[in-house]
Design a protein around this ligand. Structure first.
Ligand SMILES: [Fe+2]
Ligand SMILES: [Fe+2]
Length: 302
């Protein structure tokens, strides 16, 4: 895989914000009073990823959070020009990741390539103790009318600057089992959702290794890391950033996940979104040197 010289990743929307979280050389936080208006946090995720290779740069919006209210408010307050973004990548077909897409497209003046797995457009439901919720619908026609150019792929797609989608994640671990509750309508059948649509975004940072950006990690974060290593041919893992979906995981699964992190030994782990308090606490205790809290507005310079 091509290597990139630098990457700057800013969290545009995430579940959490703390304006007193300290900055480091590589991780800059928005400090109190720095912006005209406070940023909006909420259940969802969106990263703006700026990739630099030689004299080329590319800006990719990975996921669009739950609503365009939060997404557009935060993008504008953080000083980003909407038309400067080159591509959108959707990690999977859940509304807390594509909910802001339509509003984003309607606020731009140019067409937007949207990279995604075709099953990310299928109707989704969730079975909760309070009943069945849904359908959650990806409104393809409206998205295309608003200037979205949907690029569907089940396999790995590499962009020329040196960033790639992982393609469908191969399941290899024995402890990362599907979460019971989510449903999908596939081939006109209402069925369990195994999240075959979820992909990560991966880049190979020069002399350091892979940076793996994940949406919800429904296929299991260790499966995702191993798959990313396999499809890129790069063994070194430098950073893992995004939602790890361990909120409802058993303690044993969290422990095995942390054991795998220790073995992969990335320099940074920034769990976000759906990682959950118990897992965050345990990661921060067991690998404190690598762990960083994520906040809306956090900007990582690598
Ligand atoms: Fe999510
Ligand atoms: Fe999800």
């Amino acid at each position: 895989m091509l290597s990139v010289d630098k990457v700057v990743i800013q969290t545009i929307v995430d579940n959490y914000i703390d304006v007193f979280e300290p900055s480091t050389d590589a991780i800059k936080r928005i400090s109190p009073g720095e912006l005209k208006e406070p940023l909006i946090a909420g259940h969802g995720l969106s990263f703006l990823i700026e990739i630099i290779r030689g004299n080329q740069t590319k800006k990719i919006l990975m996921d669009t959070s739950h609503s365009s209210n939060a997404l557009l408010h935060n993008l504008r307050n953080l000083g980003h020009e909407l038309d400067d973004i080159d591509n959108v990548f959707l990690s999977h077909g859940h509304p807390d990741h594509y909910g802001g897409l339509l509003g984003f497209l309607n606020s731009r003046n140019i067409e937007t390539p949207i990279l995604m797995h075709p099953e990310g457009q299928f109707p989704r439901y969730i079975v909760t103790p309070g009943g069945v919720r849904g359908p959650f619908l990806f409104e393809r026609e409206k998205i295309e009318e608003a200037g979205g150019l949907i690029v569907e792929a089940k396999n790995q797609v590499s962009l020329d600057i040196g960033v790639a989608t992982t393609g469908e994640i191969e399941r290899t671990t024995d402890f990362e089992k599907p979460w019971i509750g989510p449903k999908i309508v596939k081939d006109n059948v209402f069925q369990d959702d195994y999240f075959m649509d979820e992909q990560a975004l991966v880049l190979n940072l020069k002399d350091r290794g892979l940076i793996i950006l994940v949406g919800c990690s429904h296929p299991g974060i260790v499966n995702i890391i191993e798959h990313a290593q396999k499809v890129t041919g790069v063994k070194e893992v430098y950073g893992i950033i995004g939602g790890l979906h361990l909120t409802v995981a058993k303690d044993e699964v969290i422990e095995k996940t942390i054991d795998a992190f220790k073995e992969k030994n990335p320099s940074i782990i920034i769990p976000a979104h759906c990682t959950g308090f118990r897992a965050m606490k345990k990661i921060s205790e067991e690998i404190p040197e690598q762990f960083f809290v994520n906040c809306v507005g956090t900007k990582i310079f690598l």
